[in-house]
Design a protein around this ligand. Structure first.
Ligand SMILES: [Zn+2]
Length: 671
């Protein structure tokens, strides 16, 4: 279930998985916005738990008891609430655009209106049945390795990633140049571990997956016998890819995924894969070098090209198309896909209404087209001013922390300060946008609209190869409720979507904003200095600026954090993987520390009062803990432990706080 529609880069987002989104400008201007979206709510708390016992439960216990996961969701919490509210706002935009049937089809409103209309027209989608799928599958040719390579390129040029993945971004060792990156991909299950792991749960998942594939192929027009055979071969095919794949931990290591090669070296690596044919089919005009993230994986693909029979390749491409396009096909096909991936694998009991599913798709697929309409309508200019002030204070607090780290030598400290000084901050939305004028979407072709947008977006990406990177570029649409640090640009980015309650409240008191968006800002800035981020210098280059002794000191502390998180048992025998989540856990800890320090600096200028019987410092920690209130289905929780580099919400609160002295002091806890 690869959703490789928008560029996936090495950016480190605040969270994975959840889609997310704003409050209309007028609403933010009204004082009742505060009570409507309270910064934190004392009725959420469970006062029978002592703050020193489990602060997450102390801050959120009542809320957790009263808010079970709804049947049509896999989780519920502050992020999800903001996401749902944002989706309602996006729905208003799309409803208006859809109603305006006379708008210029090449305008943004015309395009998003056409996409949304086509998605809601389920009667027409049912009527067409699988005709669009069968017509598109005509492009699949597998008679020779050349034809297979051309077919792979067709998929790749529409942002689907069977077999392997191509992307275009800076060379981490020369960030003045955008190069071509080639990496592992091609799995139907979420991760390598699902194919090679030996737990009973994973064995059962593989069995269920194979059964699902059989049913899915039948819905795509295969006979029962042929469908069963195809299901068996797909599982074997993908298991081969999985066995040759790097695990999640290594894949996050920028040194292990760096293998610079010339075109002739690339050709020597995979003599049976014609790169000339592949790049020609993509229409890629590029004469620089390549980064092959996992050379062993490509050696295996080369073997597979000569060993796997043509009909298995055909089945594999058919599966990839049906998997990616399931949302765009008739209800029967989507229902099968839902049953396996959402219900069985993730614990979502009931499908959401069609409108919401189309909105979820639109959220990412429409990208900047939607983002531009969104910020024009919803983003208040005063939010940008307030954020500029907050990020400035956070940066200042982080600077003071670096100046005072007692284990760092001055040599490394100076470099760290240079890196922090150079760190760019982007707030709200980009200054310039692509106008999408070359794109035409149709009101009666949902399936085709996806392919048109994907091809258009891929062409934009492809054009970057061999060029200087554009420092003004954003890697996340502005309406998304999330934030990221991009190590290659040494920049932190806060889209408009996250600048709303309960993360960011123009009318809330400082402690609560510092506990919400302040911690988010601190988290992203700390990524510049986590176990991965610290390997990049102030220009985003993979370039070691640490003295050996400071690096060693860093590792000693990192190992302690790995051990701390390794000991958290989440469900049954499922523990957090301390090594996988290390970068995020460092950022979580840094986020709380830096935001707390910044609040102390802000307090000096303005006297703060107790509210609801809590001191400003207590409100900071309570606001922080309530941001992470979340209930989650058991299945999704298990998935996240295996797939996600972020710790579960409960541990994003208690994990950092265990190491924060100010927290113990604020609540008079004896450590
Ligand atoms: Zn993060």
């Amino acid at each position: 279930m690869n959703q490789t529609v928008l560029r996936q880069i090495v950016i480190t987002g605040l969270l994975l998985f959840l889609g997310f989104a704003c409050t209309p400008r007028e609403m933010l201007d009204e004082p009742e916005a505060v009570s409507m979206y309270p910064a934190f709510d004392t009725s959420n708390m469970d006062l029978s738990v002592k703050p020193g016992e489990d602060f997450y439960l102390y801050a959120n216990g009542k809320w957790l008891q009263n808010n079970p996961v709804p049947e049509d969701k896999v989780s519920i919490g502050a992020f999800r609430e903001v996401y749902d509210r944002n989706q309602e706002m996006i729905k208003t935009l799309l409803d208006e655009a859809a109603k305006d049937v006379d708008s210029d089809p090449s305008s943004l409103r015309g395009q998003v209106g056409a996409y949304y209309t086509s998605g809601l027209d389920s009667a027409l989608i049912e009527e067409k049945s699988i005709t669009p799928l069968l017509a598109q599958l005509e492009i699949v040719k597998t008679g020779s390795s050349g034809e297979i390579v051309e077919t792979i390129a067709w998929f790749h040029s529409r942002f689907m990633a069977p077999v392997f993945d191509i992307s275009f971004y800076e060379d981490p060792k020369n960030t003045d140049l955008v190069i071509v990156h080639l990496g592992q991909s091609g799995l139907g299950l979420p991760e390598r571990e699902y194919y090679v792991g030996q737990s009973e749960r994973l064995k059962e998942i593989r069995k269920e997956y194979q059964d699902f594939l059989g049913r899915f192929f039948q819905a795509g027009g295969y006979t029962p016998e042929k469908a069963e055979a195809a299901a068996t071969s797909i599982l074997l095919f993908e298991t081969r890819l999985a066995e040759a794949s790097m695990n999640l931990i290594d894949r996050r290591d920028p040194q292990k995924t760096y293998h610079k090669m010339s075109l002739s070296e690339l050709k020597a690596l995979t003599p049976d894969l014609s790169w000339d044919l592949y790049f020609n089919t993509l229409g890629l005009n590029y004469d620089q070098y390549y980064n092959i993230h996992q050379p062993d994986f490509f050696r295996e693909i080369n073997q597979m090209l000569t060993e796997i029979p043509a009909e298995v390749w055909t089945d594999y491409f058919t599966w990839n198309m049906m998997d990616r396009m399931a949302h765009y096909l008739p209800g029967e096909i989507y229902a099968l896909h839902f049953d396996f991936f959402n219900r069985y694998l993730s614990g979502q009991k009931v499908m959401e209404p069609r409108t919401k599913r189309v909105l979820d798709q639109a959220n990412w697929i429409l990208g900047d087209m939607l983002a531009r309409l969104y910020v024009e309508t919803y983003f208040p200019p005063e939010a940008k001013e307030k954020m500029t002030e907050l990020t400035g204070n956070l940066k200042h607090a982080l600077k003071q922390r670096i100046e005072n780290v007692d284990w760092m030598t001055d040599k490394t400290r100076e470099k760290a300060l240079v890196k922090l000084e150079a760190m760019r901050i982007k707030i709200g939305y980009p200054d310039s946008w692509d106008d999408f004028s070359g794109l035409t979407l149709k009101r009666d072709d949902y399936f085709g609209n996806f392919l048109r947008i994907a091809a258009y977006q891929f062409d934009l990406e492809k054009a970057k190869a061999g060029q200087k990177p554009d420092p003004e570029e954003w890697h996340m649409p502005a309406h998304i409720v999330n934030a990221y640090y991009n190590p290659l640009g040494n920049e932190v980015v806060f889209p408009a979507g996250i600048l709303q309650p309960s993360f960011f409240n123009l009318h809330a008191d400082d402690p609560v904003n510092y506990g919400g968006i302040g911690v988010v800002i601190g988290h992203e800035m700390t990524h510049g200095f986590d176990n991965h981020g610290r390997q990049y210098d102030e220009n985003g280059m993979l370039n070691d600026w640490w003295t050996a002794e400071d690096a060693e000191q860093f590792d000693v502390r990192a190992k302690k954090l790995v051990r701390q998180y390794d000991n958290y048992v989440v469900i049954d025998t499922f523990r957090i993987n301390g090594e996988l989540t290390l970068g995020e856990n460092i950022a979580d800890l840094g986020g709380v520390n830096v935001a707390y320090d910044a609040l102390q600096l802000a307090k000096r200028d303005n006297e703060m009062k107790n509210i609801d019987g809590f001191t400003p410092d207590q409100r900071f920690f309570l606001g922080f803990a309530q941001i992470w209130r979340r209930n989650m289905s058991r299945e999704t929780m298990i998935r996240r432990i295996m797939e996600d580099e972020h710790s579960p919400a409960h541990y994003r609160v208690v994990g950092p706080l265990e190491n924060v002295n100010a927290f113990y002091e604020a609540f008079h806890i004896q450590p």
